[in-house]
Design a protein around this ligand. Structure first.
Ligand code: NAD
Ligand code: APR
Length: 232
């Protein structure tokens, strides 16, 4: 397999050592906040102040000196030197892959540094707090701007590109994700069906850990550079 089609899926674990809390760890975000209160369309209709505050806090934290780590950098360096097809899918809403130099990560759960108009779906860059009553720049209606984040019960983004990449995949690598949230949790099976070799790189075995063909456990900042060094 000289220039395989590589698909990488990342989750919160790859950004943990940069200082961003994961979701399902003992000190994870979902221990402190109920999904139903902050990460659903119903929550936004019911209490937009609470939802905006939750994402304002996440955004302010991200912009307060959070930097990519050696795991993000290893992926960007590998992509930039890999002659074959390389698709990076991330469930993360941070921008650390781009900051490390990855070319086009598919942000299937959206991006924290963007907001969008709930009516026109127009996107706007965003690096500051969003107040609920702020008029939308496109329709001027207050209350229309929402985080460009996929909430539970909404369709993830880029699914056509992701399906196409998985159908052609020779090597699938899952990094720093607990495998609890579908459809991302099922990508390794789609890759397997396409004949891919599947690899898990995580701090500990994930829900699907035993079903991968190969696995390496440890902090992403160590095991991601180590693993990708074996591919070149
Ligand atoms: P699910 O995990 O089976 O899938 C939900 C769908 O929403 C998937 O298509 C998924 O991709 C999408 N989605 C939307 N926003 C998302 C986001 N921010 N992160 C990840 N995926 C997102 O969930 P479900 O069947 O809707 O779950 C039922 C309920 O279980 C949810 O309403 C929620 O209350 C709860 N839940 C809790 C946790 C937790 O960690 N506490 C996690 C997931 C679901
Ligand atoms: N290195 C490698 N893996 C790590 C590290 C680390 N330093 N720290 C934690 N991990 C692993 C954990 O062991 C866990 O398996 O990362 C995984 C993180 O899992 P989750 O917190 O469940 O995050 P994720 O899988 O990305 O969640 C998926 O759920 O609510 C949604 O929108 C949210 O996109 C997210 C989705």
């Amino acid at each position: 397999m000289q220039h395989p089609n590589i698909v990488v899926l990342t989750g919160a674990g790859i950004s943990a050592e940069s200082g961003i809390r994961t979701f399902r760890a003992a000190d994870g975000l979902w221990e402190e906040h109920r999904v139903e209160d902050v990460a659903t369309p119903e929550a936004f209709s019911r209490n937009p102040q609470l939802v905006q505050r939750f994402y304002n806090q996440r955004r302010a934290h991200l912009l307060n000196g959070i930097r990519p780590n050696a795991g993000h950098r290893a992926l960007a360096e590998f992509e930039n030197h890999h002659p074959g097809s390389f698709t990076l899918i991330t469930q993360n809403i941070d921008h650390l892959h781009e900051q490390a130099g990855s070319k086009n990560p598919l942000h299937m759960h959206g991006e924290l540094l963007k907001v969008r108009c709930a009516s026109t779906q127009k996107l706007f860059p965003c690096r500051e707090d969003i107040e609920v009553e702020r008029p939308c720049p496109c329709c001027q209606i207050p209350g229309q701007l929402r985080p460009h984040v996929v909430w539970f019960g909404e369709m993830p983004l880029y699914m056509d590109e992701i399906d196409a990449a998985l159908e052609q995949c020779d090597l699938f690598i899952s990094i720093g994700t607990s495998g609890n949230v579908y459809p991302a949790a099922g990508f390794f099976q789609m890759a397997k069906r396409a004949g891919a070799h599947t690899v898990e790189l995580n701090l500990e075995p994930s829900s699907n850990g035993s079903h991968f063909d190969e696995a390496h456990y440890g902090p992403a900042s160590e095991i991601v550079p180590e693993y990708f060094a074996t591919l070149v």
